[in-house]
Design a protein. Structure first.
Length: 107
């Protein structure tokens, strides 16, 4: 959600995913996909920068990368130890259970 200021100085929060257009006449008019129009004090450039910051924050949080370097190192060590312990399956090491289909529809 982004913070906007209406003409009567009230603060409103708006989901930027619902915005269709932002028109900057003497006043800034925001049009939503449901047909609602909002007149706000904020300039279009400021609104766009808030939308970009909002979406970049979502992408950064969705990435799941740890902010601490020591946590990243622990995850890398865990991944590398799991890769070293994993033994690849070769054709000569396969057992008889490997020829049985996993699903009944694989018959």
């Amino acid at each position: 959600m982004i913070v906007l200021t209406r003409m009567d100085k009230q603060t409103m929060y708006l989901n930027p995913d619902h915005i269709i257009s932002i028109e900057e006449t003497p006043d800034t008019v925001i049009t939503l996909f449901n047909g609602n129009h909002y007149i706000v004090i904020d300039r279009a450039v400021a609104i766009i920068s808030r939308i970009v910051a909002f979406r970049s924050r979502i992408v950064r949080l969705a990435n799941g990368a740890p902010d601490k370097k020591y946590l990243r190192r622990q995850r890398q060590n865990l991944f590398q130890s799991a890769c070293v312990k994993h033994k690849p399956v070769c054709s000569d090491t396969r057992g008889t259970h490997d020829s049985i289909p996993f699903h009944s529809r694989d018959l």
